[in-house]
Every structure is written in structure tokens, then in C-alpha cells.
Design a protein around this ligand. Structure first.
Ligand SMILES: Cc1cc2nc3c(=O)[nH]c(=O)nc-3n(C[C@H](O)[C@H](O)[C@H](O)COP(=O)(O)O)c2cc1C
Length: 189
């Protein structure tokens, strides 16, 4: 397990400036993200912001918290554990290029993969499982966009993913559905 650093919640630039700078970028430098950046980004994405209830920085339908964030780096695949604010190792090896179909994907230092765990949504209809998981992923992705805009990082959310191939590579269970991926890194100079 990789323990992440306590988030720096006093950091960041003013919201209106961040919104002004929010954009998709597809050119990444090879520079790896520091543990500080990874820690703050994942907390911003979907960390616990109310420890007394376990609720999170992004909303989720009926507070099901069904979206899992997998983190693919050159070293391996990890699962973000929000409760412990840690990365749980899932697989060794570099799966980055498998998280998308566009050439830049393999060169981004981090690719996030948003996976809905439908086994946490057994009370929802099949249509609602897809609809709410997609909506809930959007909030998380936007949190990452805003964090990246605040910190001068490059990011793009991606729907162009070979889901069956990636699910096999990630060894996902059948109830786990890949929603979107998101590349994050430093912009190419
Ligand atoms: C649901 C969704 C899926 C997307 N899929 C991709 C993708 O697969 N590849 C990509 O390069 N950009 C993708 N994008 C990024 C959009 O192309 C981008 O947001 C749009 O062109 C507007 O640019 P902006 O984000 O800089 O405002 C996606 C965006 C969304 C919201």
C-alpha cells in the first residue's frame, strides 16, 4: 500500500481564475507526478471531505459512491482507497497505453480510469445504473480538471477507450464497468 499525503486544503488558486483556465490538453511531458500532486489530485477528485460521515468531494446519486478510481502509471495499476487516502496496488506493469486509443495516452505519466461498481447499485434499474454512474463520473472528472487548472497541470478526460480490452487487462469483475479515463501530467514545454 502507498500511503498518500494529507491533502493541502489551504492550497489552490481562486475558483474563478481556475474556471477561466480549465481546458483539455493532449501534450504531456514525461515528468512524473510527485506524491504531493498525486495525493492532492486524488483527494480533490473523490476524497473524503467529511470524515464523520465518509462523504466525499464529489456528489454521488443516493451517496452510493460507486465510482472507483484506478491509477495507471509506468510502475503499475493502483486503486485509490479514499477512506485510508492510500493507493492499493492492483497489478504490476505499465498499462497506460491500454487505457485509451490515442497515441498520447501512453506518454502521460498518470492515466485515471473511472470504473463503476454496479454491485453497489443493486437497488437501481439497469438504465439508472448507467445514467447515475455516468453523471457521478462527470463530477469527479471535473474536480480533476479544476485541480489541474489550479496547479498548471495538463489533463483530458477520455471516452475513446477499448473497454473490453482494458477490462481484461485490469482483470475487472463483471459488475465493474469502465466509464471514462483521464490522462494527467505536466504540459509539454
Ligand atoms: C464524456 C467526454 C468524453 C471525451 N472523450 C475524449 C476522448 O476520448 N479523447 C479526447 O481527446 N478528448 C475527449 N474529450 C474531451 C473533449 O474533446 C473536450 O472536452 C472538448 O473538445 C472541449 O474542449 P475543452 O475541454 O478544452 O473545453 C471528452 C470529453 C467528455 C466530456
Amino acid at each position: 500500500m502507498i500511503q498518500l499525503l494529507k491533502p493541502q486544503i489551504e492550497g489552490g488558486r481562486p475558483l474563478m481564475q481556475v474556471l477561466n483556465d480549465r481546458k483539455s490538453t493532449r501534450d504531456f511531458s514525461k515528468e512524473v507526478l510527485t506524491i504531493r500532486v498525486l495525493s492532492d489530485m486524488l483527494w480533490a477528485a473523490f476524497g473524503v471531505n467529511r470524515p464523520e460521515t465518509g462523504q466525499r468531494t464529489a456528489p454521488s446519486a443516493s451517496n452510493r459512491q460507486e465510482i472507483e478510481i484506478y491509477v495507471s502509471t509506468a510502475e503499475g495499476l493502483y486503486l485509490y482507497d479514499a477512506e485510508d487516502h492510500a493507493l492499493q496496488p492492483v497489478l504490476a506493469g505499465d498499462l497506460r497505453s491500454k487505457t485509451g486509443v490515442q497515441p498520447f495516452v501512453g506518454s502521460a505519466p498518470v492515466n485515471l480510469v473511472y470504473v463503476a461498481d454496479f454491485s453497489r447499485m443493486t437497488d437501481a434499474t439497469d438504465e439508472d445504473k448507467v445514467f447515475y454512474s455516468a453523471a457521478d463520473t462527470g463530477f469527479i472528472s471535473q474536480n480533476v480538471y479544476l485541480y489541474c487548472a489550479s496547479e498548471g497541470l495538463a489533463t483530458v478526460v477520455r471516452g475513446l477507450v477499448n473497454r473490453p480490452a482494458l477490462a481484461r487487462a485490469m482483470k475487472l469483475r463483471s459488475e465493474q464497468k469502465i466509464m471514462l479515463a483521464q490522462s494527467v501530467g505536466y504540459p509539454k514545454k
